[in-house]
Design a protein around this ligand. Structure first.
Ligand SMILES: C[S@@+](CC[C@H](N)C(=O)[O-])C[C@H]1O[C@@H](n2cnc3c(N)ncnc32)[C@H](O)[C@@H]1O
Length: 318
């Protein structure tokens, strides 16, 4: 087990994270003016970081359950703007941490968090293959953007050293008004042609992932949490979702359509998430999975039963 307690890591890393967030906000403010006149970026680190503290919390809740003592190699798949990857570097100073992301904008932004033990590179999680086995794979709020991501679990397990960890978190809020209203408005005849076939994030429930990874021979801890984010400022739910879930729809619209859509969508969200004296509450369900690959030294419950078949950890998951 880790010498640092989970709650200790959580407290220390969130403090560190807040420092990084303040730094990030300063750095990325210059990016905003650049974006206003031009085409909408595929991923805009500035918009994404608008609620960095709320978005970061599940990352720490997830990684607090990874009991890796002294990993040598850690990979953050879909690292985004990199401040959370940097927090992994602070937690495991003797490990090498690699943040990988398919968005050039995100990787460029992440370079600001590079250090002696943290590096970033452009890459696609769907084809990612490490040169040598790794100790920890983290993927926070990313797999929902990869259709068929359950089919990658076998390869992820194969990429882990015995005793290694795979930890990921995906949103579980696709039935919430924020997403339903987005889909309804996108299907309106004024916008339907432009938004047809846009990328839509999708994920599964905790039990599905638990079965997938248990079937690959891992010991799995899967759970869900609904956060009640209390947001402030103008149209905070619209602002939140513009940085993530609504991004592909907004990007697909023409420059004439986008302001109309944005104004109507923001009004729908104001009605669905009414402002209260203390702020606007955004309930956000998230699904967490931490899978521990068996170490050859460990005698798990299945090994205790000679009749039980332990499936090999290979690239054959759902
Ligand atoms: C919602 S952001 C999460 C960023 C970061 N993990 C965090 O928690 O702040 C999702 C990230 O996944 C990246 N992404 C999406 N599909 C990907 C893929 N196939 N391979 C690598 N990165 C991907 C996006 O570029 C984006 O940076």
């Amino acid at each position: 087990m880790s010498t640092r307690s989970s709650s200790g890591w959580l407290r220390a890393s969130r403090r560190k994270y807040l420092d990084i967030e303040i730094f990030s906000e300063r750095v990325f403010n210059s990016h905003e003016t650049e974006r206003k006149g031009g085409a909408m970026a595929t991923w805009d680190p500035d918009t994404y970081l608008a609620y960095a503290d709320e978005r970061g919390r599940p990352f720490f809740d997830l990684t607090a359950q990874v009991a890796a003592d002294d990993p040598r190699t850690v990979v953050d798949l879909g690292c985004g703007p990199g401040q959370l990857t940097a927090a992994l570097g602070a937690r495991w100073p003797s490990a090498h941490i690699t943040g990988i992301d398919s968005s050039p904008q995100m990787v460029e932004a992440a370079q600001r968090h590079a250090s002696d033990n943290v590096t970033f590179e452009l890459g696609d999680a769907t084809s990612w293959q490490p040169d040598e086995l790794v100790d920890v794979i983290v993927s926070n709020a990313t797999l929902q953007w990869i259709p068929g991501h359950r089919g990658l679990f076998g390869r992820f397990c194969d990429a882990l050293r015995p005793g290694g960890w795979l930890a990921f978190q995906v949103p579980g809020n696709f039935q919430e008004p924020s997403h339903r209203l987005l889909a309804q408005l996108a299907a309106d005849p004024r916008f339907a042609a432009a938004t047809a076939g846009v990328e839509r994030p999708a994920a599964f429930d905790a039990a599905t992932y638990l079965a997938d990874l248990s079937g690959l021979g891992c010991r799995v801890d899967a759970w869900e949490t609904t956060y009640l984010h209390v947001l402030t400022g103008p149209d905070p739910v619209f602002r939140w979702i513009s940085g993530t879930g609504a991004r592909p729809v907004l990007e697909a619209l023409s420059d004439e359509q986008r302001p109309i859509f944005e104004s109507e969508y923001a009004a729908l969200l104001r009605a669905a998430y009414p402002r209260q004296p203390f702020g606007v509450v955004l309930p956000f369900r998230r699904v967490f999975v931490v899978a521990h690959k068996a170490d050859s030294r460990e005698a798990g419950p299945r090994e205790a039963d000679p009749r039980a078949e332990v499936p090999p950890c290979k690239g054959s998951s759902a």
